[in-house]
Design a binder for this molecule. Structure first.
Ligand code: NCD
Ligand code: ZN
Length: 348
């Protein structure tokens, strides 16, 4: 009999679904394995008010495939103009479960993000008071800071002061890519957590740049040196509750990635769970997969564990995942881990 592992149905605590035809094309990739996801608000235009969050949620609900009980969990995109009352209303009513801070210009559709962090002081204070978590894209955008240092500089220069000045604020450092971020989380208490993506557990910066530029490995924060990837693997597989899965699966049409100025994002919704099984098996920690992908995030966000289960099974031959997803606007390449994977999600 082949080896299997059965886990509580997982959640994806950082997901880009987009809207319109792209949303319809990518959503089934997530709903086939995940029970819930935290939906990122970086649409064009972004989801900045409770009303925006309501209509985006309605659009997602309409796109959920028949028979799926998938639940989107919404976020608001913080701007320097965010109204603390509107945010509190959205949070207290359960419409959103977090707010997202993008430093202006840090990543895809972040042009309405925050330039002057003092301008969001009042809203951060209010979030601390009502218990609304802050999800941060942790990179500075100062052109003088090297792109490989932008996460660690953000932690020192922006995040540390925010945490010190806002007692009680619960923070998720999203898609961490450095040992510095892992150590920062470890040095704090349970109010500070981090999401880790699937792709950052597989690739370091050589994968992007050696032997030619691989645009489908380009995402933000950009993958760092191997020692950082190893720190992320150790944190994810460690059973420490402060680390949990946020795939950051971010669909972009192939022609926009394979371009002179290609955009950032890896699309991992399709094959994340088998890929994670591979990483956890390599770390001799398959039993910790459930914590990382199904329990730690739920604990942080204060929601019950999912009731369903997901079974992963070991295969004799390497699994061939689809190379791309077809959408009405063009293809989206599925993340290729670059190594053979011997795990698949079992058909229930
Ligand atoms: C994300 C996207 O495409 O929306 N891109 C990415 O490289 N991760 C935005 C983000 O989370 O930074
Ligand atoms: Zn993201």
């Amino acid at each position: 009999m082949s080896e299997t592992i059965r886990i509580i149905r997982p959640d994806d605590w950082h997901l880009h679904l987009r809207d319109g035809p792209m949303l319809k094309a990518v959503l089934p990739e997530t709903t086939q394995h995940f029970a819930r996801a935290l939906i990122m608000p970086n649409l064009e235009p972004p989801v900045i008010s409770s009303q925006d969050a309501q209509s985006y949620r309605d659009e997602i609900l309409r796109a959920i495939p028949e028979g799926s009980d998938f639940e989107p969990r919404m976020t608001l995109y913080l701007t320097e103009e965010t109204d603390p009352d509107d945010l509190a209303k959205a949070y207290n009513s359960g419409l959103i479960i977090a707010a997202k801070l993008y430093p202006v210009g840090a990543t895809t559709n972040s042009f309405s993000g925050v330039r002057d962090f003092d301008k969001v002081r009042a809203v951060l204070d209010r979030m601390a008071k009502i218990g609304c978590p802050l999800c941060v894209h942790g990179e500075v955008t100062d052109p003088n800071v090297d792109i490989f240092d932008r996460e660690s500089v953000f932690i020192d220069k922006i995040l540390t002061p925010i945490i010190t000045q806002t007692p009680g604020l619960r923070v998720v450092v999203e898609h961490i890519t450095t040992k510095d971020a892992v150590d920062f989380v470890l040095a704090h208490d349970k109010d500070l957590a981090a999401t880790i993506t699937t792709h950052h557990l597989f690739i370091n910066r050589n994968h992007i740049l050696v032997g030619g530029i691989r645009p489908h490995y380009y995402c933000l924060p950009v993958a760092k040196r191997e020692e950082h990837r190893l720190a992320l693997c150790a944190a994810s597989t460690s059973e420490d509750h402060r680390f949990f899965l946020g795939t950051d699966s971010a669909p972009h049409l192939d022609h926009l990635k394979e371009a002179a100025c290609g955009c950032a994002g890896c699309f991992t919704a399709t094959n994340t769970m088998p890929l994670l099984a591979h990483i956890f098996e390599q770390a001799n920690a398959l039993l910790n997969l459930e914590g990382f992908s199904s329990r730690h995030g739920a604990d942080f966000y204060g929601v019950p564990f999912n009731t369903g289960q997901l079974t992963l099974e070991k295969t004799d031959a390497p699994v061939r995942f689809p190379k791309s997803l077809t959408t009405p606007q063009g293809d989206v390449t599925v993340f290729d881990p670059g190594v053979e994977i011997y795990w698949q999600v079992a058909k229930e």
